[in-house]
Write a protein that binds this ligand. Structure first.
Ligand code: XMP
Length: 519
């Protein structure tokens, strides 16, 4: 299958480049930028894209592409830092700009760029999206500017041979106008890659990869009830003999209302032969007693998860060889563990950073078959594997569960209050046909009490915040513009039916600057 190789130098949007290319129906692999491209991939490689990076080419330990990786007969597109590397190698210069260019930037074509294949169908003056501190100050010989920003910074360049192209902006970001068109022009128009990639073919490929990785060993999947781990379980049951697959679900008591029962039913429907359901509600609650700090909560939950798992494995004599996790690309990148090692740590996701997981990872006994995918691709994969819409369409749920939605201390009573309010919210969204239009919606229990009147007396009740966001992958998110009538009716139902709640508010912050979860 024709392949476009994306070499990763640590940009937060590297996987998004790969993802956009797959959306065009062309197979793409994201590989570490500083390591050799495997021979098996070289054989089908039609083009190479060098990603951006949080590093600057001026830093002594900045990641660098190995000269020998770029063959003269395969077109190369450098994006931002990728462009800077190409230009420095060829004898041009890159300077630290006095002012960072960030966000929307209209571009002007130069040197007849409208006729260039990279800009086919793209109008002069289109608005690109920039995020850089360094920029090109002089071009190498036999290079030409194709577009520049309003401050005169080169925004697109080409080599005379046309083998090397570079852009300062990020076509992979949704805010970049004609971004997909530019990627398509490069991948299909310039590299000539065939559009023969589909989710069905991906399933075939990943099935083979899972079989190779697991061979005749046994594998354990920790099922959280969410889409990612359920799809991982379905994939393993599909690729392997179900006798090899152990599915373990630990009820931390921090799940959504009735979730444990739903999980049991959907796992049984997957044809699992080894299904282990563990009730650890008391243990989690007591380990979290008195803890209000969010990262501490995550740590405690992550570690206890693994401890309970180890104990149960020993007790049940499962003796698993491998651990499979439904870690997505976004989980890795947000924990600073992307394909490269350069992405910065934003938040610790327990399935990535728990010391026990790290230990397993170092021993090479973790498989993460979804780690190249974005959430909506995982849903597509689940559909191809035959999972029902009620499972694949479910909103994402964080590993630490309601612990990070109960701000402040976690008690059994507060868990119940939140589960109740959240269940009403979800129920209403489904009844109003809003659930599938929203990427993620949930209730949050705030650590404050607020005054109200019940009957004729003043009462101090809890405050619940409702969150609903639109997003493609969780990396950025917009507030879902809920109709006020829906909000008023949902709020009234919550305060009527959950006696502990005295007030409901709606969160109207996008990501960034806020995150989706409250902690
Ligand atoms: P944030 O809050 O970072 O959320 O904007 C982005 C997506 O990640 C989920 N999330 C988590 N998932 N462990 C997880 O497994 C966590 O600690 C965690 N924190 C956030 C969040 O629900 C959203 O889908």
């Amino acid at each position: 299958m024709d392949t476009i190789v994306v070499l990763d130098f640590g940009s937060q949007t590297t996987q998004l480049i790969g993802r956009r290319i797959r959306d065009l129906g062309v197979y793409s692999e994201v590989l570490p930028g500083t390591e050799p491209i495997p021979e098996s991939i070289r054989r089908t490689m039609k083009g190479v894209i060098l990603s951006g990076s949080p590093a600057s080419v001026h830093e002594p330990d900045a990641p660098k592409v190995n000269e020998s990786e770029l063959s003269p007969d395969v077109p190369v597109l450098g994006i931002c830092f990728g462009l800077h590397q190409l230009i420095e190698r060829a004898g041009g210069t890159v300077e630290r700009a006095s002012r960072r260019e960030y966000g929307r930037a209209p571009l002007r074509f130069r040197n007849n760029a409208e006729a260039h294949p990279l800009f086919r169908g793209v109008p002069d003056g289109f608005v690109s999206w920039m995020s850089h501190g360094d920029s090109l100050s002089s071009l190498p010989d036999r290079y030409e500017v194709l577009a520049e920003s309003s401050s005169g910074i080169p925004a697109a360049v080409r080599s005379e041979s046309e083998q090397i192209l570079g852009i300062q902006f990020h076509p992979e970001v949704t805010h970049c106008e004609y971004g997909n068109r530019i990627l398509e022009n490069f991948v299909v128009g310039i590299c000539g890659a065939a559009r023969d990639w589909s989710m069905d073919r991906y399933v075939e490929q990943v099935r083979g990869e899972v079989r190779n990785a697991v061979a005749n060993r046994s594998v354990l999947v920790l099922i959280s009830g969410g889409v990612d781990s359920t799809v991982t379980g379905a994939l393993l049951l599909d690729a392997l003999d179900p006798e090899q697959v152990h599915l373990m679900y630990i009820d931390t008591g921090l799940m959504r209302k009735d979730e444990t029962e739903e999980v049991r039913q959907s796992l049984e429907a997957l044809g699992a032969t080894h299904l282990h359901l563990i009730d650890a509600r008391e243990r989690f609650l007591s380990a979290l007693r008195g803890v209000a700090d969010p990262e501490r909560k995550r740590e405690i939950i992550g570690d206890l998860f693994m401890t309970v798992q180890q104990e149960e494995l020993a007790e049940r004599e499962i003796g698993e060889d491998l651990l499979a996790q439904g870690t997505l690309y976004t989980d890795l990148i947000e924990s600073g563990k992307g394909v490269g090692t350069h992405a910065e740590v934003i938040k610790s996701h327990h399935n990535v950073r728990s010391p026990l997981v790290i230990e397993k990872r170092e021993a090479g006994s973790i498989i993460e078959p979804l780690s190249k995918l974005y959430k909506d691709e995982v849903r597509q994969l689940g559909r191809v594997l035959g999972l029902p819409e009620s499972v694949v369409g479910r909103h994402p749920f964080p590993g630490p569960g309601l612990a990070v939605r109960i701000l402040g201390e976690i008690t059994a009573e507060r868990v119940q209050v939140l589960q109740h309010a959240d269940a009403i919210y979800t129920d209403e969204l489904r009844a109003r046909a809003l659930y599938d239009k929203i990427w993620q919606a949930f209730a949050v229990l705030l650590p404050v009490r607020s005054v109200g009147v019940v009957g004729d007396t003043r009462a101090y009740g809890s405050v619940v915040a409702l969150r609903a966001v639109s997003s493609a992958d969780g990396m950025t998110a917009d507030v879902y513009p809920m109709e006020s009538r829906d909000l008023l009716e949902i709020s009234a139902r919550i305060t009527n039916e959950v006696p502990e709640v005295g007030r409901v508010v709606y969160d109207v912050s996008s990501k960034p600057p806020a995150t989706i979860e409250w902690e």
